[in-house]
Design a protein around this ligand. Structure first.
Ligand code: SAM
Length: 290
């Protein structure tokens, strides 16, 4: 491999030579630990067959390692100040395409079609914290053709992805991740592995998107609508959440009837429901709507 971008001294040199200033609002914490980068590529299982979508390449530290393993890397970076830097740091690689775009406004399906003949790609990223939930929800709920998602996120977010009923972190993100994927916590990463250092620990998690659902609901859109209602007002009962935000035209008595038909106390809270319970609720609501 060419000289590593990720060593602390090289990263510092690149930053200084280019007069780059870190932007907090873009979640810019660059990885400066080469072992962690190797581990991420290994956990993602990237091979020379793969097309990888990287979100937020920064100065190219992870991009470089991914390019060594993959057939091709498409890297989407929002900060235009980083684009000329990336052209320099990644000049030795002919299998990397850098695009100056916001990933939340990028046509990911088009990238998959153009770059991988519409076959599933791998997503790998040290994610800026502020887009973690929207980008993961976008990839999963829109069923983008993605094989695995290996991402560095705040440790607490990784825990949220794996949380279950009764856990403090359990919410809509936990359900989306566990509905579509098998999740595996790869490693915990300390603040000292980044420049600048974030305030909290991070974690790398791999989501393997399942070819088929483990639990089937009669209507997936309705399933996620109900999940979002149930967690929308956490301190309210499920009944009140559904009545206030369900927007499905049922009276409070009709909602009570749906819940009691499932054998549930109408005072139950959404956070007590498992994915299976949400699938049961979806089917009962689906039938009541007919
Ligand atoms: N991959 C690099 C690394 O590991 O050192 C940088 C990771 S840094 C945590 C997040 C990167 O995502 C930054 O380069 C930031 O500018 C970029 N970014 C932030 N918001 C973005 C968005 N909406 N779309 C694309 N890139 C974004």
């Amino acid at each position: 491999m060419a000289e590593r971008i990720s060593t602390p001294s090289r990263t510092k040199q690149i930053i200084e030579e280019n007069g780059f200033y870190f932007k907090k609002n873009f979640g810019q914490n660059f990885l400066i630990d080469s072992n962690i980068l190797d581990n991420i590529a290994e956990c993602a299982g990237v091979t020379k067959e793969d097309c990888v979508l990287e979100i937020g390449p920064g100065i190219g530290s992870l991009t470089q390692v991914l390019a060594e393993h993959a057939r091709e890397v498409v890297a989407i970076e929002i900060d235009s100040n980083l684009i000329p830097i990336l052209f320099k740091t990644l000049a030795d690689y002919d299998n990397i395409e850098v695009r100056n775009q916001d990933i939340l406004k990028t046509d990911i399906d088009a990238i998959i079609r153009e770059k991988n003949n519409d076959r599933p790609i791998k997503v790998v990223a040290n994610l800026p914290y502020y887009i973690t939930t929207p980008i993961i929800m976008d990839l999963l709920e829109n069923e983008r053709k993605v094989d695995t998602i290996t991402v560095m996120v705040q440790k607490e977010v990784a825990e949220r992805m794996q949380a279950g009923p009764g856990d403090k972190e359990y919410g809509a993100l936990s359900i989306a991740v566990q509905y579509y994927c098998d999740a595996h916590l790869d490693m915990i990463v300390q603040p000292s592995c980044f420049m600048p250092r974030p305030k909290v620990a991070s974690a790398v998690i791999t989501l393997k998107v399942l070819p088929e659902r483990k639990i089937a609901a009669k209507d997936e859109e309705l399933f996620f609508h109900l999940v979002k209602c149930a967690f929308g007002q956490r301190r309210k009962t499920l009944l009140n959440c559904l009545f206030n935000q369900g927007n499905l035209g049922f009276s409070k008595e009709e909602w009570t009837e749906i819940l009691t038909s499932l054998g549930w106390d109408p005072r139950v809270r959404g956070e007590a429901l498992s994915i299976e319970d949400f699938a049961k609720l979806t089917d009962a609501v689906f039938d009541a709507k007919q």
